[in-house]
Design a protein around this ligand. Structure first.
Ligand SMILES: Cc1cc2nc3c(=O)[nH]c(=O)nc-3n(C[C@H](O)[C@H](O)[C@H](O)COP(=O)(O)OP(=O)(O)OC[C@H]3O[C@@H](n4cnc5c(N)ncnc54)[C@H](O)[C@@H]3O)c2cc1C
Length: 500
């Protein structure tokens, strides 16, 4: 019997994960990617001889003891040979006037630093750090979707995670802004409410900090581009097929069955299964023409306040100096606002000198200056573009961010230049996401946690996957949903799922 054919739309981490697992089960897989390179949001590129990493700030699952590590290993993303940079300083908060503290990955050191910075909050700081410690133990299972588990597997999860559920549930319902009010110190309040955004649920902040303090989160040496290259090589070693510059225009459906795709150039391709690993809104509205509504996603798309998106405007600097002694991530607050869609008084500067394998001219460094925002930032840039001022405004924003940086590093004057500026419009054009988002819906304290199967009632032989259907996105949800899509296909075709 001939192998079944599967077309996977989208060569991001999710699509590649599905493709690898399906190849392992004998399917003929073809990944169709609209861009010239694979990786989607997990990407790196070069300008003026400098490598610019466009993604990984911290990757969950770098610890071989964690459940996600096995998944990264299966798809070739991580292995014992891949070095991990364990950040010592996670980031440094700088409010001016020497009001500075660092979030250390050593929890005891971090607690001591916070208490020294804000002795009036000692009791609350200790409670906060205790919560981070509790979150270090949480290791969500990624083996298979809950609805494919048998009764024994469900009981095991119930027993191991019931204690975690209490903490997750409780902290999901509080926003970072609300939790910040528990502190007296105005800078700590500001940090907690602004770190992600005031409406983000507090659980997301704890989850992030706990992964860093438990060393479950780290940065693979070589960055995002190298990681995608390893995944690609793993797939090619299984004789998987890839076509880049192959944008899908629509999914072809006959009598409630997905039968193939039509590419933008008019070419038609048939398959037994279609997996769309593109952003959910693009899959449902564009590729399926809005014919198959999915309530959980549609409700979120219509409620921008409860389910906002998250995006960046980033200016990249080339510095003619080795910046290894500067903090990994330096959030600088300043007085004279920089106006984009609103007035910004803080920028995060990320220093890539920690990884000596990243390409830069000798003695140089790359710094990325990021303004974070929501879809209002996207709409603002859209307007700027419509007025014909896009290139000039990008340069202007980059120069202003550079001026702020020079307030802390004045000796760099004349040694630093803006070499690139990325806006929400860049992400939109590149990913077909939603309003420039590069992660899934933000999980606010008012929103419900998202877990979508990717199966659509009334549409057979089709599954959608990717970060937009699990929690609030990120690389692990991309890979997890990719694996789940392969498991669902195997289950339907009565093939026992294996990973070797
Ligand atoms: C600046 C930045 C920092 C980040 N930092 C982190 C981090 O530190 N840790 C972390 O875990 N995550 C981080 N992320 C998020 C992470 O990159 C994403 O969550 C993840 O890569 C999403 O993978 P995906 O495969 O689900 O989706 P995508 O990467 O969006 O992949 C979808 C793919 O589909 C393709 N596509 C779309 N439409 C079509 C079409 N019609 N035809 C063919 N192909 C199509 C797109 O080109 C894309 O390649 C960051 C992202 C960015 C941009």
């Amino acid at each position: 019997m001939e192998n079944k054919k599967v077309i996977i739309i989208g060569g991001g981490v999710s699509g590649l994960t599905t493709a690898i697992y399906l190849r392992l089960h004998g399917y003929d897989t073809l990944v169709l990617e609209k861009n010239a390179v694979l990786g989607g949001a997990c990407i790196g590129w070069e300008r003026k001889g400098c490598y610019i990493d466009g993604c990984i700030h911290w990757l969950v699952g770098v610890n071989p003891a964690s459940s996600t590590y096995k998944l990264w290993k299966d798809i070739g993303a991580l292995s014992p040979e891949v070095g991990i940079y364990d950040q010592d300083d996670f980031y440094t908060l700088d409010f001016g006037d020497n009001k500075v503290f660092t979030v250390w990955s050593d929890l005891a050191k971090f607690q001591a630093e916070l208490i020294a910075f804000a002795p009036e909050d000692e009791k609350q700081i200790k409670k906060f750090c205790k919560l981070i410690k509790r979150f270090e133990r949480i290791d969500a299972p990624v083996e298979k979707p809950v609805d494919l588990m048998n009764i024994f597997e469900l009981c095991k999860i119930g027993l191991t995670m019931c204690g975690d559920y209490y903490y997750v549930n409780k902290t999901s319902k509080i926003s970072c802004g609300e939790y910040a009010e528990k502190f007296k110190n105005p800078y700590i309040k500001r940090w907690i409410s602004e770190h992600l955004s005031a409406s983000y649920n507090f659980m997301s902040l704890l989850y992030m900090l706990a992964h860093v303090t438990a060393k479950h989160g780290g940065i693979p040496v070589g960055g995002s581009r190298a990681m995608v290259e390893r995944i690609k090589q793993r797939y090619l070693s299984l004789n998987g097929a890839i076509r880049c510059n192959a944008e899908v225009e629509r999914i072809d459906v006959e009598n409630g069955v997905a039968v193939g795709v039509t590419l933008k150039n008019g070419e038609k391709l048939a398959a037994d299964w279609i997996v769309s690993a593109t952003p959910a809104e693009h899959t449902l509205k564009k590729l399926l023409g809005g014919q198959f509504p999915v309530k959980k996603i549609d409700d979120r798309l219509q409620d921008r306040k409860t389910y906002p998106i998250y995006t960046y405007t980033t200016a990249v600097f080339k510095v003619n100096e080795d910046m290894s002694s500067a903090p990994l991530s330096h959030r600088i607050h300043f007085d004279t606002p920089i106006t984009l869609n609103k007035e910004y008084t803080a920028i995060t500067y990320r220093n890539y000198s920690y990884d000596k394998t990243l390409k830069v001219p000798d003695g140089c460094s790359v710094i990325q200056a990021t303004f974070s925002g929501n879809d209002d930032m996207y709409f603002w840039w859209e307007q700027v573009k419509a007025q014909g001022n896009y290139a000039a405004t990008k340069q202007e924003v980059g120069e202003k961010a550079l001026e702020v940086y020079l307030t802390r590093y004045p000796h760099l004057k004349g040694k630093i230049e803006v070499i690139d500026v990325v806006t929400p419009l860049t992400y939109q054009r590149y990913l077909n996401g939603r309003h420039g988002a590069f992660q899934g819906f933000v999980h606010t304290s008012k929103g419900k946690a998202l877990m979508q199967k990717g199966v659509i009632k009334g549409l057979d032989n089709f599954i959608f996957s990717g970060q937009w259907i699990l929690r609030s996105g990120g690389l692990p949800p991309a890979a997890i949903t990719g694996r789940f899509a392969a498991q669902r296909i195997c289950k339907k075709d009565k093939i026992k799922f294996k990973t070797e």
